[in-house]
Design a protein around this ligand. Structure first.
Ligand SMILES: [Zn+2]
Ligand SMILES: [Zn+2]
Length: 236
């Protein structure tokens, strides 16, 4: 990334920032994120992860054994944090405790890591869709809110209403990997022609990657060459 673009993104990142640290509530002393300088190093960063599926693993290679044998339909996965401590609290509040405004905090944390790690920009972002009945109950799609905030900061368009979730599925957290794949099969449908060649799927948390796998297959069948998955956290 060239220096001017890098600085423009830094300035855009400021737009996202809340005034107080999400962890300690002290006024922010740094213009780079929603967590202060003291708390930032304490965040549960992923130390070594597979760049294909995002899973934490210890071997000194880019890809985990599973991705070497059976690579997923998506090409790259970036989830900078482990799903624990402050990050877990942030995501749980955003998702289950009616705090849609925290999508801004999550997007800001993710944007900072995307910039610092010089992750390639896709042509477009696509949020994991939610079934209409769940959307009615919750009132908002947290992944779409993260995508909208990222879009403003990174200046990448979102593909709104391009993908729809056809049926309500059992929450993935209760299922095994095999059950997750079966649960999601045929549950998403593309509603619009996609003109982008590279797309990043936006989710809050990536677990087994089954949701991203299903969406990536659809995108690749419809002309997308390169699919990334961007999440705030990875649970594995
Ligand atoms: Zn703090
Ligand atoms: Zn992997």
């Amino acid at each position: 990334m060239n220096f001017t673009l890098y600085n423009m993104r830094r300035q855009a990142l400021n737009w996202l920032l809340p005034k107080r640290c999400f962890q300690c509530a002290k006024p922010l002393d740094d213009d780079r994120g929603p967590i202060c300088k003291t708390c930032h190093p304490e965040l549960p960063f992923q130390d070594h992860y597979c760049t294909r599926c995002g899973q934490n693993f210890s071997a000194n290679t880019d890809y985990c054994g599973h991705c070497i044998k059976t690579p997923p339909a998506f090409d790259y996965c970036f989830c900078p944090f482990k799903y624990e401590s402050t990050i877990k609290e942030l995501i749980c509040k955003l998702k289950y405790r009616e705090h849609p405004e925290l999508a801004k905090v999550g997007a800001s944390l993710l944007a900072r890591e995307l910039i610092d790690n010089n992750i390639d920009s896709p042509d477009a972002l696509i949020a994991v869709p939610m079934h209409v009945s769940r959307l009615r109950t919750r009132g908002y799609n947290h992944s779409a809110l993260i995508a909208q905030n990222l879009s403003k900061t990174l200046n990448i368009p979102t593909l709104d209403n391009a993908l729809t979730k056809l049926r309500k599925t059992t929450p993935q957290a209760r299922l095994s990997l095999k059950q997750r794949r079966k649960n999601l099969k045929g549950s998403f449908e593309l509603k619009k022609i996609i003109n982008a060649k590279s797309v990043a799927i936006i989710d809050d948390v990536v677990t087994t990657g089954s949701t991203a796998e299903e969406i990536a297959k659809i995108l690749k069948k419809n002309g997308v060459d390169y699919v990334q998955v961007w999440g705030i956290a990875h649970t594995l």
